[in-house]
Design a protein around this ligand. Structure first.
Ligand code: GDP
Length: 444
Protein backbone atom coordinates (compact mmCIF):
# COMPACT_ATOMS: atom_id res chain seq x y z
CA UNK A 1 0.00 0.00 0.00
CA UNK A 2 1.12 3.54 -0.76
CA UNK A 3 4.36 2.26 -2.32
CA UNK A 4 4.26 4.31 -5.46
CA UNK A 5 2.89 7.37 -3.64
CA UNK A 6 5.78 7.02 -1.24
CA UNK A 7 8.28 6.88 -4.09
CA UNK A 8 6.73 9.82 -5.89
CA UNK A 9 6.69 11.99 -2.79
CA UNK A 10 10.28 11.09 -1.99
CA UNK A 11 11.36 12.14 -5.45
CA UNK A 12 9.37 15.37 -5.15
CA UNK A 13 11.44 16.20 -2.07
CA UNK A 14 14.75 15.14 -3.57
CA UNK A 15 14.99 18.24 -5.74
CA UNK A 16 14.85 20.37 -2.59
CA UNK A 17 17.80 18.67 -0.95
CA UNK A 18 20.84 20.83 -0.53
CA UNK A 19 18.90 24.04 -1.17
CA UNK A 20 19.71 26.81 1.31
CA UNK A 21 16.51 28.72 0.64
CA UNK A 22 13.15 28.00 -0.96
CA UNK A 23 12.33 30.15 -3.98
CA UNK A 24 8.72 30.42 -5.22
CA UNK A 25 9.83 28.46 -8.28
CA UNK A 26 11.15 25.62 -6.08
CA UNK A 27 7.85 25.50 -4.24
CA UNK A 28 5.90 25.52 -7.48
CA UNK A 29 7.88 22.65 -8.94
CA UNK A 30 7.60 20.56 -5.77
CA UNK A 31 3.90 21.21 -5.36
CA UNK A 32 3.31 20.21 -8.97
CA UNK A 33 4.98 16.90 -8.32
CA UNK A 34 3.02 16.34 -5.13
CA UNK A 35 -0.18 17.02 -7.06
CA UNK A 36 0.71 14.45 -9.71
CA UNK A 37 1.70 11.94 -7.04
CA UNK A 38 -1.69 12.27 -5.32
CA UNK A 39 -3.64 12.07 -8.56
CA UNK A 40 -1.71 8.98 -9.57
CA UNK A 41 -2.53 7.43 -6.21
CA UNK A 42 -6.22 7.86 -7.09
CA UNK A 43 -6.93 10.49 -4.46
CA UNK A 44 -10.23 12.26 -5.19
CA UNK A 45 -9.71 15.41 -7.23
CA UNK A 46 -11.29 17.91 -4.77
CA UNK A 47 -9.16 16.45 -1.99
CA UNK A 48 -6.01 16.89 -4.11
CA UNK A 49 -7.01 20.46 -4.89
CA UNK A 50 -7.43 21.42 -1.22
CA UNK A 51 -4.28 19.59 -0.24
CA UNK A 52 -2.14 21.33 -2.84
CA UNK A 53 -3.62 24.75 -2.01
CA UNK A 54 -2.78 24.34 1.69
CA UNK A 55 0.74 23.11 1.04
CA UNK A 56 1.44 25.97 -1.38
CA UNK A 57 0.12 28.57 1.00
CA UNK A 58 2.06 27.25 3.95
CA UNK A 59 5.29 26.66 2.01
CA UNK A 60 5.25 30.24 0.72
CA UNK A 61 4.59 31.56 4.17
CA UNK A 62 7.26 29.69 6.10
CA UNK A 63 9.79 31.63 7.99
CA UNK A 64 13.36 30.69 7.39
CA UNK A 65 13.91 28.20 10.14
CA UNK A 66 17.30 27.46 11.55
CA UNK A 67 16.22 24.09 12.84
CA UNK A 68 14.93 22.67 9.57
CA UNK A 69 16.36 22.87 6.08
CA UNK A 70 13.98 23.69 3.20
CA UNK A 71 13.42 20.05 2.27
CA UNK A 72 12.59 19.20 5.88
CA UNK A 73 10.25 22.17 6.12
CA UNK A 74 8.29 21.04 3.08
CA UNK A 75 8.22 17.45 4.34
CA UNK A 76 6.88 18.70 7.64
CA UNK A 77 4.16 20.72 5.91
CA UNK A 78 3.17 17.77 3.73
CA UNK A 79 3.15 15.55 6.81
CA UNK A 80 0.88 17.98 8.67
CA UNK A 81 -1.48 18.21 5.72
CA UNK A 82 -1.57 14.42 5.35
CA UNK A 83 -2.47 14.13 9.02
CA UNK A 84 -5.24 16.65 8.43
CA UNK A 85 -6.79 14.85 5.45
CA UNK A 86 -6.55 11.56 7.31
CA UNK A 87 -8.59 13.07 10.11
CA UNK A 88 -6.22 14.78 12.55
CA UNK A 89 -6.91 13.25 15.93
CA UNK A 90 -7.31 9.53 16.54
CA UNK A 91 -11.02 8.85 16.98
CA UNK A 92 -11.83 6.19 19.58
CA UNK A 93 -15.00 4.15 19.90
CA UNK A 94 -17.72 5.89 21.89
CA UNK A 95 -19.12 3.42 24.37
CA UNK A 96 -22.69 3.83 25.59
CA UNK A 97 -23.33 4.88 29.19
CA UNK A 98 -25.71 1.98 29.61
CA UNK A 99 -24.71 -1.36 28.14
CA UNK A 100 -24.82 -2.72 25.58
CA UNK A 101 -22.94 -0.44 23.25
CA UNK A 102 -24.17 -1.22 19.75
CA UNK A 103 -21.75 -1.12 16.82
CA UNK A 104 -23.25 -1.71 13.40
CA UNK A 105 -21.18 -2.58 10.33
CA UNK A 106 -22.25 -1.51 6.85
CA UNK A 107 -20.63 -1.68 3.43
CA UNK A 108 -20.59 -3.46 0.11
CA UNK A 109 -20.36 -7.23 -0.14
CA UNK A 110 -16.74 -8.32 -0.02
CA UNK A 111 -15.61 -5.16 1.75
CA UNK A 112 -14.53 -7.31 4.68
CA UNK A 113 -17.39 -6.78 7.17
CA UNK A 114 -17.64 -10.33 8.46
CA UNK A 115 -13.88 -10.61 8.82
CA UNK A 116 -13.90 -7.26 10.57
CA UNK A 117 -16.62 -8.40 12.99
CA UNK A 118 -14.23 -11.13 14.18
CA UNK A 119 -11.30 -8.73 14.43
CA UNK A 120 -13.36 -6.16 16.27
CA UNK A 121 -14.69 -8.85 18.61
CA UNK A 122 -11.20 -9.99 19.41
CA UNK A 123 -9.98 -6.40 19.86
CA UNK A 124 -12.89 -5.58 22.18
CA UNK A 125 -12.20 -8.70 24.19
CA UNK A 126 -8.51 -7.81 24.45
CA UNK A 127 -9.59 -4.42 25.73
CA UNK A 128 -11.64 -5.81 28.58
CA UNK A 129 -15.07 -5.98 26.97
CA UNK A 130 -17.46 -8.85 26.58
CA UNK A 131 -18.63 -8.54 22.98
CA UNK A 132 -21.31 -10.41 21.10
CA UNK A 133 -21.33 -10.67 17.30
CA UNK A 134 -24.70 -10.64 15.58
CA UNK A 135 -25.29 -12.28 12.21
CA UNK A 136 -27.64 -10.00 10.28
CA UNK A 137 -26.17 -10.70 6.87
CA UNK A 138 -28.87 -13.11 5.79
CA UNK A 139 -28.29 -12.39 2.10
CA UNK A 140 -24.90 -13.80 1.26
CA UNK A 141 -24.83 -17.59 1.33
CA UNK A 142 -22.72 -18.81 4.25
CA UNK A 143 -22.32 -15.36 5.81
CA UNK A 144 -23.90 -16.57 9.07
CA UNK A 145 -21.68 -19.62 9.15
CA UNK A 146 -18.63 -17.49 8.32
CA UNK A 147 -19.43 -15.21 11.25
CA UNK A 148 -19.77 -18.24 13.51
CA UNK A 149 -16.32 -19.40 12.39
CA UNK A 150 -14.61 -16.04 12.96
CA UNK A 151 -16.43 -15.71 16.28
CA UNK A 152 -15.07 -19.05 17.34
CA UNK A 153 -11.55 -18.09 16.24
CA UNK A 154 -11.83 -14.87 18.19
CA UNK A 155 -13.34 -16.64 21.18
CA UNK A 156 -16.39 -14.39 21.03
CA UNK A 157 -20.09 -15.28 21.31
CA UNK A 158 -22.10 -15.17 18.08
CA UNK A 159 -25.85 -14.58 17.98
CA UNK A 160 -27.38 -16.06 14.85
CA UNK A 161 -30.90 -16.36 13.55
CA UNK A 162 -32.83 -19.33 14.87
CA UNK A 163 -36.53 -19.96 15.25
CA UNK A 164 -37.56 -17.32 17.74
CA UNK A 165 -34.72 -14.98 16.74
CA UNK A 166 -36.41 -14.07 13.49
CA UNK A 167 -35.07 -16.41 10.83
CA UNK A 168 -34.86 -14.57 7.50
CA UNK A 169 -35.55 -11.18 9.02
CA UNK A 170 -32.40 -9.21 9.81
CA UNK A 171 -34.25 -6.47 11.68
CA UNK A 172 -35.85 -9.02 14.00
CA UNK A 173 -32.48 -10.72 14.56
CA UNK A 174 -30.83 -7.41 15.41
CA UNK A 175 -33.59 -6.48 17.82
CA UNK A 176 -33.55 -9.88 19.50
CA UNK A 177 -29.78 -9.67 19.89
CA UNK A 178 -29.95 -6.55 22.04
CA UNK A 179 -32.31 -8.25 24.51
CA UNK A 180 -30.06 -11.31 24.51
CA UNK A 181 -26.96 -9.19 25.18
CA UNK A 182 -28.70 -7.57 28.16
CA UNK A 183 -29.75 -10.96 29.47
CA UNK A 184 -26.31 -12.54 29.05
CA UNK A 185 -24.38 -9.45 30.16
CA UNK A 186 -22.50 -8.76 26.95
CA UNK A 187 -21.51 -5.10 27.01
CA UNK A 188 -20.90 -4.60 23.28
CA UNK A 189 -22.96 -5.86 20.36
CA UNK A 190 -21.40 -5.90 16.88
CA UNK A 191 -24.03 -6.19 14.17
CA UNK A 192 -22.84 -7.58 10.82
CA UNK A 193 -25.17 -6.56 8.01
CA UNK A 194 -25.66 -7.64 4.41
CA UNK A 195 -23.88 -5.95 1.53
CA UNK A 196 -24.54 -6.03 -2.19
CA UNK A 197 -21.95 -6.00 -4.92
CA UNK A 198 -23.15 -2.56 -5.88
CA UNK A 199 -25.14 0.11 -4.16
CA UNK A 200 -28.88 -0.42 -4.37
CA UNK A 201 -31.96 0.99 -2.74
CA UNK A 202 -32.95 -2.28 -1.09
CA UNK A 203 -29.55 -2.61 0.57
CA UNK A 204 -29.76 0.90 1.95
CA UNK A 205 -33.32 0.38 3.16
CA UNK A 206 -32.40 -2.82 5.00
CA UNK A 207 -29.37 -1.19 6.61
CA UNK A 208 -31.31 1.87 7.69
CA UNK A 209 -34.14 -0.33 9.04
CA UNK A 210 -31.62 -2.20 11.18
CA UNK A 211 -30.13 1.10 12.28
CA UNK A 212 -33.55 2.42 13.28
CA UNK A 213 -34.35 -0.77 15.17
CA UNK A 214 -31.17 -0.98 17.26
CA UNK A 215 -30.18 2.70 17.50
CA UNK A 216 -26.43 2.01 17.27
CA UNK A 217 -23.82 4.03 19.15
CA UNK A 218 -21.48 3.64 16.20
CA UNK A 219 -22.22 2.81 12.58
CA UNK A 220 -18.99 1.81 10.88
CA UNK A 221 -18.77 2.03 7.13
CA UNK A 222 -16.39 -0.70 5.98
CA UNK A 223 -14.51 -0.01 2.78
CA UNK A 224 -12.03 -2.01 0.79
CA UNK A 225 -8.95 0.20 0.28
CA UNK A 226 -8.41 -1.30 -3.14
CA UNK A 227 -11.62 0.28 -4.46
CA UNK A 228 -9.96 3.27 -6.16
CA UNK A 229 -12.01 6.22 -7.41
CA UNK A 230 -15.32 4.35 -6.88
CA UNK A 231 -14.66 4.50 -3.16
CA UNK A 232 -15.75 8.09 -3.01
CA UNK A 233 -19.12 7.40 -4.63
CA UNK A 234 -19.75 4.33 -2.50
CA UNK A 235 -18.89 6.23 0.67
CA UNK A 236 -21.13 9.08 -0.34
CA UNK A 237 -24.02 6.71 -1.08
CA UNK A 238 -23.69 5.08 2.36
CA UNK A 239 -23.39 8.48 4.02
CA UNK A 240 -26.68 9.50 2.37
CA UNK A 241 -28.44 6.14 2.72
CA UNK A 242 -27.53 4.90 6.21
CA UNK A 243 -25.21 7.57 7.54
CA UNK A 244 -22.29 6.40 9.59
CA UNK A 245 -20.16 7.65 12.46
CA UNK A 246 -16.85 6.19 11.37
CA UNK A 247 -14.96 4.41 8.62
CA UNK A 248 -12.96 1.18 8.66
CA UNK A 249 -10.40 0.70 5.91
CA UNK A 250 -9.79 -2.93 5.01
CA UNK A 251 -7.15 -4.67 2.91
CA UNK A 252 -4.51 -2.04 3.56
CA UNK A 253 -2.05 -4.87 2.97
CA UNK A 254 -2.92 -4.88 -0.72
CA UNK A 255 -0.86 -3.07 -3.31
CA UNK A 256 -3.57 -0.57 -4.19
CA UNK A 257 -2.54 3.01 -4.66
CA UNK A 258 -4.21 4.27 -1.52
CA UNK A 259 -6.51 6.93 -2.90
CA UNK A 260 -9.56 5.68 -1.02
CA UNK A 261 -7.73 5.92 2.29
CA UNK A 262 -6.69 9.46 1.58
CA UNK A 263 -10.04 10.65 0.25
CA UNK A 264 -12.72 9.05 2.37
CA UNK A 265 -12.36 11.24 5.44
CA UNK A 266 -12.46 14.51 3.53
CA UNK A 267 -15.28 13.40 1.23
CA UNK A 268 -17.59 12.08 3.96
CA UNK A 269 -16.49 14.20 6.91
CA UNK A 270 -16.40 11.01 9.00
CA UNK A 271 -13.28 9.79 10.79
CA UNK A 272 -11.36 6.64 9.88
CA UNK A 273 -11.47 4.66 13.12
CA UNK A 274 -9.86 1.30 12.36
CA UNK A 275 -7.64 -0.26 9.74
CA UNK A 276 -7.48 -3.87 8.68
CA UNK A 277 -4.35 -5.12 7.00
CA UNK A 278 -4.59 -8.85 6.45
CA UNK A 279 -6.70 -11.96 6.78
CA UNK A 280 -5.57 -12.86 10.30
CA UNK A 281 -7.61 -11.72 13.30
CA UNK A 282 -4.66 -9.76 14.63
CA UNK A 283 -4.10 -7.80 11.41
CA UNK A 284 -6.18 -4.98 12.78
CA UNK A 285 -5.65 -1.79 14.72
CA UNK A 286 -7.02 1.55 15.75
CA UNK A 287 -6.34 4.04 12.97
CA UNK A 288 -3.93 6.83 13.89
CA UNK A 289 -3.81 9.62 11.26
CA UNK A 290 -0.39 10.85 12.38
CA UNK A 291 1.19 7.43 12.20
CA UNK A 292 -0.32 6.70 8.81
CA UNK A 293 1.00 10.03 7.50
CA UNK A 294 4.53 9.34 8.63
CA UNK A 295 4.28 5.89 7.13
CA UNK A 296 3.28 7.39 3.78
CA UNK A 297 6.22 9.76 4.02
CA UNK A 298 8.42 6.81 4.96
CA UNK A 299 9.34 8.35 8.27
CA UNK A 300 8.40 5.06 9.79
CA UNK A 301 5.74 4.20 12.26
CA UNK A 302 7.75 3.81 15.37
CA UNK A 303 4.77 4.26 17.70
CA UNK A 304 2.88 1.33 16.21
CA UNK A 305 6.03 -0.72 16.35
CA UNK A 306 6.53 0.04 20.01
CA UNK A 307 2.91 -0.76 20.84
CA UNK A 308 3.11 -4.06 19.02
CA UNK A 309 6.34 -4.83 20.76
CA UNK A 310 4.71 -4.09 24.12
CA UNK A 311 1.91 -6.49 23.27
CA UNK A 312 4.25 -9.25 22.15
CA UNK A 313 6.74 -8.97 24.98
CA UNK A 314 5.92 -10.34 28.34
CA UNK A 315 6.14 -7.41 30.79
CA UNK A 316 8.21 -9.32 33.37
CA UNK A 317 10.50 -10.69 30.70
CA UNK A 318 10.89 -7.21 29.27
CA UNK A 319 11.78 -5.78 32.68
CA UNK A 320 14.34 -8.51 33.20
CA UNK A 321 15.77 -7.91 29.73
CA UNK A 322 15.99 -4.18 30.38
CA UNK A 323 17.91 -4.81 33.60
CA UNK A 324 20.32 -7.07 31.79
CA UNK A 325 20.78 -4.58 29.02
CA UNK A 326 21.60 -1.78 31.40
CA UNK A 327 24.32 -4.01 32.80
CA UNK A 328 25.56 -4.85 29.33
CA UNK A 329 24.68 -8.53 29.81
CA UNK A 330 22.59 -9.12 26.70
CA UNK A 331 23.03 -12.72 25.60
CA UNK A 332 22.15 -14.78 22.55
CA UNK A 333 19.36 -16.32 24.61
CA UNK A 334 17.84 -12.85 24.99
CA UNK A 335 18.39 -12.28 21.30
CA UNK A 336 16.54 -15.50 20.53
CA UNK A 337 13.69 -14.54 22.87
CA UNK A 338 13.51 -11.24 21.04
CA UNK A 339 13.36 -12.92 17.66
CA UNK A 340 10.58 -15.13 18.92
CA UNK A 341 8.70 -12.09 20.15
CA UNK A 342 9.17 -10.50 16.75
CA UNK A 343 7.78 -13.54 15.00
CA UNK A 344 4.79 -13.37 17.34
CA UNK A 345 4.22 -9.79 16.24
CA UNK A 346 3.52 -10.72 12.66
CA UNK A 347 5.65 -11.07 9.64
CA UNK A 348 9.10 -9.62 9.85
CA UNK A 349 8.78 -7.67 6.62
CA UNK A 350 5.66 -5.91 7.84
CA UNK A 351 7.42 -4.93 11.05
CA UNK A 352 10.57 -3.69 9.42
CA UNK A 353 8.51 -1.78 6.91
CA UNK A 354 7.34 0.36 9.81
CA UNK A 355 10.85 1.52 10.62
CA UNK A 356 11.91 4.91 9.32
CA UNK A 357 13.87 5.05 6.10
CA UNK A 358 13.26 1.41 5.37
CA UNK A 359 11.42 2.17 2.14
CA UNK A 360 14.70 2.09 0.23
CA UNK A 361 15.45 -1.44 1.49
CA UNK A 362 12.10 -2.90 0.45
CA UNK A 363 13.59 -5.76 -1.53
CA UNK A 364 16.00 -6.87 1.15
CA UNK A 365 13.24 -6.65 3.74
CA UNK A 366 10.94 -8.80 1.66
CA UNK A 367 13.67 -11.47 1.67
CA UNK A 368 13.87 -11.34 5.47
CA UNK A 369 10.78 -13.41 6.06
CA UNK A 370 9.79 -15.86 8.75
CA UNK A 371 11.81 -18.58 7.02
CA UNK A 372 14.93 -16.50 7.50
CA UNK A 373 14.00 -16.16 11.15
CA UNK A 374 13.77 -19.93 11.38
CA UNK A 375 17.31 -20.25 10.06
CA UNK A 376 18.62 -17.80 12.64
CA UNK A 377 16.87 -19.76 15.36
CA UNK A 378 18.41 -23.00 14.11
CA UNK A 379 21.89 -21.51 14.35
CA UNK A 380 21.38 -20.22 17.89
CA UNK A 381 19.91 -23.53 18.99
CA UNK A 382 23.03 -25.30 17.69
CA UNK A 383 25.16 -23.36 20.16
CA UNK A 384 26.01 -24.61 23.62
CA UNK A 385 24.33 -22.83 26.56
CA UNK A 386 27.71 -21.31 27.45
CA UNK A 387 28.13 -19.92 23.96
CA UNK A 388 24.68 -18.42 24.04
CA UNK A 389 25.39 -16.74 27.38
CA UNK A 390 28.80 -15.51 26.34
CA UNK A 391 28.91 -15.02 22.56
CA UNK A 392 32.42 -13.53 22.75
CA UNK A 393 33.78 -17.06 23.19
CA UNK A 394 32.49 -18.16 19.77
CA UNK A 395 35.78 -18.45 17.88
CA UNK A 396 36.55 -19.91 14.45
CA UNK A 397 36.41 -23.58 15.35
CA UNK A 398 33.20 -23.12 17.33
CA UNK A 399 31.68 -21.32 14.35
CA UNK A 400 32.53 -24.25 12.08
CA UNK A 401 30.92 -26.67 14.55
CA UNK A 402 27.80 -24.53 14.90
CA UNK A 403 27.51 -24.20 11.12
CA UNK A 404 27.74 -27.95 10.69
CA UNK A 405 25.26 -28.55 13.51
CA UNK A 406 22.64 -26.22 12.06
CA UNK A 407 23.20 -27.16 8.43
CA UNK A 408 24.28 -23.62 7.55
CA UNK A 409 27.46 -22.05 6.21
CA UNK A 410 30.13 -20.56 8.45
CA UNK A 411 29.39 -17.22 6.76
CA UNK A 412 25.79 -17.49 8.05
CA UNK A 413 27.08 -17.96 11.57
CA UNK A 414 29.47 -15.03 11.16
CA UNK A 415 26.65 -12.86 9.93
CA UNK A 416 24.44 -13.80 12.85
CA UNK A 417 27.16 -13.10 15.41
CA UNK A 418 27.81 -9.70 13.84
CA UNK A 419 24.09 -8.95 13.86
CA UNK A 420 23.90 -9.93 17.49
CA UNK A 421 26.74 -7.60 18.49
CA UNK A 422 25.16 -4.75 16.52
CA UNK A 423 21.79 -5.39 18.18
CA UNK A 424 23.31 -5.59 21.62
CA UNK A 425 25.16 -2.30 21.08
CA UNK A 426 21.89 -0.69 20.01
CA UNK A 427 19.97 -2.16 22.93
CA UNK A 428 22.54 -0.85 25.38
CA UNK A 429 22.29 2.62 23.92
CA UNK A 430 18.50 2.45 24.25
CA UNK A 431 18.71 1.14 27.79
CA UNK A 432 20.87 4.11 28.73
CA UNK A 433 17.97 6.32 27.67
CA UNK A 434 19.51 7.57 24.46
CA UNK A 435 16.34 6.80 22.51
CA UNK A 436 16.27 4.76 19.37
CA UNK A 437 19.57 5.40 17.61
CA UNK A 438 19.55 6.37 13.98
CA UNK A 439 15.85 7.10 13.93
CA UNK A 440 15.28 10.65 12.79
CA UNK A 441 12.45 12.85 13.91
CA UNK A 442 11.64 10.84 17.02
CA UNK A 443 12.97 13.27 19.59
CA UNK A 444 10.45 14.24 22.26
P1 GDP B 1 -18.08 -9.11 3.64
O1 GDP B 1 -18.82 -9.59 2.44
O2 GDP B 1 -18.06 -7.60 3.69
O3 GDP B 1 -18.56 -9.72 4.92
O4 GDP B 1 -16.54 -9.51 3.41
P2 GDP B 1 -15.69 -10.70 4.04
O5 GDP B 1 -15.42 -10.43 5.47
O6 GDP B 1 -16.28 -12.00 3.69
O7 GDP B 1 -14.31 -10.48 3.26
C1 GDP B 1 -14.18 -10.69 1.87
C2 GDP B 1 -12.81 -11.25 1.57
O8 GDP B 1 -11.79 -10.32 1.89
C3 GDP B 1 -12.49 -12.48 2.38
O9 GDP B 1 -11.81 -13.39 1.54
C4 GDP B 1 -11.56 -12.00 3.47
O10 GDP B 1 -10.68 -12.99 3.91
C5 GDP B 1 -10.84 -10.88 2.77
N1 GDP B 1 -10.38 -9.83 3.68
C6 GDP B 1 -11.08 -9.15 4.61
N2 GDP B 1 -10.31 -8.21 5.23
C7 GDP B 1 -9.07 -8.30 4.66
C8 GDP B 1 -7.84 -7.58 4.84
O11 GDP B 1 -7.70 -6.67 5.65
N3 GDP B 1 -6.80 -7.98 4.05
C9 GDP B 1 -6.91 -8.97 3.13
N4 GDP B 1 -5.85 -9.28 2.41
N5 GDP B 1 -8.05 -9.65 2.94
C10 GDP B 1 -9.12 -9.32 3.67
Amino acid sequence: MFDSLQDRLQSAFTSLRGKGKLSPADIDATVREIRLALLEADVAVPVVRDFVASVTERANGVEVSKALNPAQQVIKIVNDELVTILGGETRRVRFAKTAPTVIMLAGLQGAGKTTLAGKLGRWLKDNGHSPMLVACDLQRPNAVQQLEVVGQQAGVTVFSPEPGNGVGNPVAVATASIAEARRTLHDVVVVDTAGRLGIDAELMKQASDIRDAVDPDEVLFVIDSMTGQDAVQTAQAFADGVDFTGVVLTKLDGDARGGAALSVRQVTGRPIMFASSGEKLTDFDVFHPDRMASRILDMGDVMTLIEQAEKAFDADEAAKAAEKLAGGAFTLNDFLAQLEAISKMGSMSKMLGMLPGMGQFKDQIAALDDKELGKIKAIILSMTPAERENPKMIDGSRRARIAAGSGRQVSDVNQLVTRFFDASKMMQQMAKGGGVPGMPGMQG
